[in-house]
Design a protein around this ligand. Structure first.
Ligand code: DGL
Length: 282
């Protein structure tokens, strides 16, 4: 089973591409929606949340985890790989930044703009990964902290979205391509495309992530057991709103959303119903 981890709903846009590319596989998605957004949080907090999520997914039986969240991939991936999936183990953790950087380089442009969360931008990871592949590409970055919450509200097609996108893109005006460096942004791709100069490409890395995973699985036969096209979904927030919003990202209705809660520093299945609100009258 392949685990897919994101701070919330956004990674369902990556899961969508993964399911299309690998339709026979089983997937377990974990969206930490109760603690999202991650994008403005400290690196230490992101590391802590990411450890809990990865431990949950491995405990559920995943052998491979895709960290779909750009913020976690930028800040915590190497730490997670060292701690939970060293080279000689039967577990693997892969991120999205290298496929995304490869896509940016393959676009063949001189200047690429990275639109991402504040923590992704401050990590500098995209600049590093792109320059490893081609040091001549100019990389510009712009943190866009309002965009993920706008998408979570379902306001992609609003004047609020348009205004925010316009302001953020003004700082990337000279770029020949814009890389969507956050799992929420594919839902804004059309609006972003409308705000850039003609000819500027808007790059959604989800499909490249799926292609690279398919390649990886071919090179590592048997690493992930054959599946039966099952998808399970866990979230740490409200499962009803997760199912409702998540369908926009997944492009399909979600299966029953199961809830996990933090308990003594671990994400565990929520078994007991919440205690009733209100007070007891004696
Ligand atoms: N999923 C996060 C990412 O791809 C964005 C949303 C958040 O801030 O939690 O970077």
């Amino acid at each position: 089973m392949i685990g897919v981890y994101d701070s919330g709903f956004g990674g369902l846009s990556v899961l969508r591409a993964l399911r299309a590319k690998l339709p026979d596989m089983d997937f377990l998605y974990l969206g930490d929606s109760g603690r999202a957004p991650y994008g403005g949080r400290s690196a230490d907090t992101i590391l802590d949340f990411a450890e809990q999520a990865v431990e949950r997914l491995f405990e559920e039986g995943c052998t491979l985890i895709i960290v779909a969240c750009n913020t976690v991939s930028c800040v915590a991936l190497r730490h997670l790989q060292r701690r939970y999936a060293p080279a000689n183990s039967k577990l693997r953790i892969l991120g999205v930044t290298i496929p995304a950087a490869e896509m940016a380089v393959a676009a063949g442009v001189r200047t690429v703009g990275i639109l991402a969360t504040a923590r992704t931008v401050s990590s500098g990871t995209y600049t590093t990964e792109i320059h490893k592949l081609n040091p001549d590409i100019q990389v510009r970055q712009r943190a866009a902290p309002l965009l993920a919450p706008i998408v979570e509200e379902g306001w992609e097609h609003s004047t609020i979205a348009q205004g925010a996108i316009r302001r953020y893109l003004a700082d990337l005006a000279e770029c020949d391509a814009i890389l969507l460096g956050c799992t929420h942004y594919p839902l804004l791709a059309r609006e972003i495309q409308q705000e850039v100069r003609p000819g500027v490409r808007v790059l959604d890395p989800s499909e490249t992530v799926a292609d690279r995973l398919a390649d990886w699985l071919e090179r590592h036969p048997g690493f992930v057991a054959d599946g039966t096209s099952q998808t399970r979904v866990l979230c740490s927030g409200d499962p009803t709103s997760f199912a409702e919003h998540g369908a926009r990202f997944l492009g399909a209705p979600l299966p029953l959303v199961e809830t996990v809660v933090e308990h003594h520093g671990r994400l565990v299945p929520a078994i007991d119903p919440r205690p009733p609100a209100g007070q007891i009258v004696r």
